[in-house]
Design a protein around this ligand. Structure first.
Ligand SMILES: C[S@@+](CC[C@H](N)C(=O)[O-])C[C@H]1O[C@@H](n2cnc3c(N)ncnc32)[C@H](O)[C@@H]1O
Length: 350
């Protein structure tokens, strides 16, 4: 793994650790840091690309989305001219949410180095699921793992999660993510309250942030302690009620660190982890991931399965490996297995 310090965007005081997921990208199951000729460890060499006369002169892309979500029952209607109204709230009990996500085209060289620089298939399926389950996000404390460009976390924010922390390990993806937050966050505090709870009014503006998080027990504990300290709250109240992730399963080497992270950051006992993934020919299977989940004290439920937009959850067996299929699983604590003391080991209450 290549690590050194590099500064981020102008609005961020924090420095990200230089880290790209190029060593664990699709079809490459190397342990980060292992010697490998194809991944020169010298930064200068990594940055030096040979001149390619056929290279796309503009490898960037803006992915545009419009989601229509129902407003919450009992929601006070927003006053004319407020941010909500401008964002597309209508009388029929729905509002439209537009997100413009900046990144790179799927086949670009940049994406080969850092998969988080583009949008992956499962993320849009997870978006649809989130829209359908908006009631479970509204007012919740949400974390996105392996967010890349941040589509899902931004949607959670716009669906009125109380607060959203959008994370990725990849320092290049973090730069794009921060730009996307600036472009897509709510532009002004809302005056109507989507969650029918006065306590949430006016909090939307600062309720979304980006943080670098490379998975693993120690880094997750440090991350949690840091956000608890910043918020002046306890470690347990800084844990997240909903964790979301899409298309983050492609290297076996990060599955233990992933579950260590979820185990450290998910609120106990009611926290939920929603994970979407598109089946690909990668050296890690969903069965492996599900077995690991159980080892780490979670139970799981397959809540959606689709091929090219068609629901086929009745026709398939869990763990089917046909490529192209997208699964969404929900993980929750298995209280019969989860030993709370074991789960919190190493995380000190502040
Ligand atoms: C295939 S991309 C998916 C990005 C986004 N979730 C989507 O669906 O469009 C996988 C993301 O997971 C991140 N990732 C992979 N391994 C990671 C790790 N060990 N720690 C933190 N992030 C990681 C990568 O940096 C990348 O942004």
């Amino acid at each position: 793994m290549t690590r050194d310090s590099s500064t981020t965007g102008p609005t961020e005081e924090k420095k990200d650790t230089k880290w790209t997921d190029s060593q664990i990208r699709w079809l490459d199951d190397k342990v980060p840091g292992e010697e490998d000729d194809t991944n020169a460890s010298d930064d200068d060499e990594e940055d030096e690309m040979p001149f390619d006369p056929f290279a796309d002169p503009d490898p960037t892309e803006v992915f545009r989305f419009r989601f229509v979500a129902k407003t919450q029952k009992g929601r006070k209607s927003s006053a004319p001219g407020t941010a909500i109204e401008a964002a597309g709230s209508s009388d029929d009990g729905t509002e439209s949410i537009n997100l413009n996500i900046h990144g790179y085209k799927t086949g670009s060289d940049a994406v080969w180095q850092s998969t988080g620089l583009t949008l992956w298939k499962a993320s849009t399926y997870l978006c649809d699921y989130m829209v359908e389950h908006v009631d479970e996000l509204c007012g919740e404390r949400v974390l996105e793992l392996g967010a890349g460009l941040g589509l899902n976390g931004l949607l959670a924010h716009r669906l009125s999660a109380e607060s959203v922390v959008i994370t990725d390990g990849d320092s290049d993806a973090m730069k794009e993510l921060r730009k996307n937050i600036r472009v897509n966050r709510r532009v002004a505090p809302q005056t109507g309250d989507k969650c029918n709870d006065d306590a949430h009014q006016g909090q939307q503006h600062e309720a979304v942030s980006a943080e670098q998080l490379i998975w693993g027990k120690e880094s997750a504990e440090t991350f949690l302690e840091s956000i608890a300290q910043t918020a002046g709250s306890s470690v347990s109240s800084s844990q997240f009620s909903v964790i979301i992730a899409s298309d983050i399963i492609y290297a076996a080497v990060v599955i233990d660190p992933l579950w260590e992270t979820v185990r450290t950051l998910l609120r106990y006992p009611n926290g939920q982890f929603w994970m979407a993934f598109a089946v690909r020919k990668v050296p890690v299977t969903i069965d492996f991931v599900l077995n690991k989940a159980e080892e780490y004290g979670f139970r799981y439920e397959l809540v959606d399965s689709q091929v090219d937009g068609h629901d086929d959850s009745d026709d398939i067996a869990e763990g089917d490996s046909e490529t192209g299929r997208v699964f969404i699983y929900r993980f929750s604590w298995d209280e019969t297995k989860a030993d709370r003391d074991r789960i919190c080991v190493g995380v000190k209450e502040t």
